[in-house]
Design a binder for this molecule. Structure first.
Ligand SMILES: [Zn+2]
Length: 221
């Protein structure tokens, strides 16, 4: 990881995503991750605060440069193509709770729920509540807001989310789909190929295309 960083001169961070307990977070931190998401969103509010605060304290005792992300609100869906994912308004992040959560835990980033889901839905339109996002952003102006479940969202939705405070976006399913399609294509075209780095090349190229497209949208280029 360090070699890759210095070779490319890029700001690359190794993130341990959606870790659900103090123990798994501390293992990731001890293994050298730059950042961890302690996802206590399924816990009762007070428990989420307590667990997240514990991880923040532990991380800062190891290295002050490690950043910690917390999560508030219930994010549904999985990193795959689904038909429909039911979204309930009570799952959304509540601005007052966000304020208390950020103050009591000391997190650097906050994953929020405002209509977003993990993965892609094929028979439903995702509806994001930008006025809620704006409210959350105004209530907790000093943390970086994270959008999970970016796959399947339109460019315009990303732009609006960024305008309303999102600074960190997760895209997984679209990259996985590109990998799979690239791999399928190469295997079909070169059925005799047995060298992994050669038959994986198509998969890597397809993933690159998706990432490049998204980076352009995020940077408004
Ligand atoms: Zn996520």
């Amino acid at each position: 990881m360090d070699a890759w960083k210095s070779e490319t001169n890029l700001a690359i961070f190794l993130n341990a995503d959606h870790h659900k307990s103090f123990d798994s977070c501390s293992q990731a931190l001890e293994a050298g991750y730059d950042t961890v998401l302690i996802d206590g969103s399924a816990l009762p509010f007070e428990e989420n605060i307590k667990t997240t605060h514990g991880v923040v304290d532990y991380a800062k005792s190891i290295n002050l440069e490690i950043t910690i992300e917390g999560e508030l609100g219930y994010l549904r869906g999985e990193s795959k193509i689904q038909e429909i994912v039911e979204i309930k308004p009570e799952d959304f992040t509540k601005p007052e709770e966000a304020k208390e959560f950020v103050e009591k835990t000391g997190v650097d980033r906050l994953a929020v729920v405002f209509g977003n889901i993990h993965g892609v839905v094929s028979k439903q339109e995702e509806k994001l509540d930008f006025s809620l996002l704006e409210k959350i952003n105004k209530t907790v102006p000093n943390v970086y807001l994270v959008l999970h479940g970016g796959s399947g969202l339109a460019d315009e939705e990303f732009k609006k989310a960024i305008e309303n405070g999102i600074t960190n976006i997760h895209i997984n399913t679209e990259v996985r789909v590109a990998y799979r399609e690239g791999l399928d294509k190469t295997l079909k075209e070169s059925p005799q190929e047995t060298t992994p780095y050669k038959f994986l090349e198509g998969a890597v190229e397809e993933m690159k295309k998706v990432v490049e497209e998204k980076v352009k949208v995020f940077l408004n280029k």
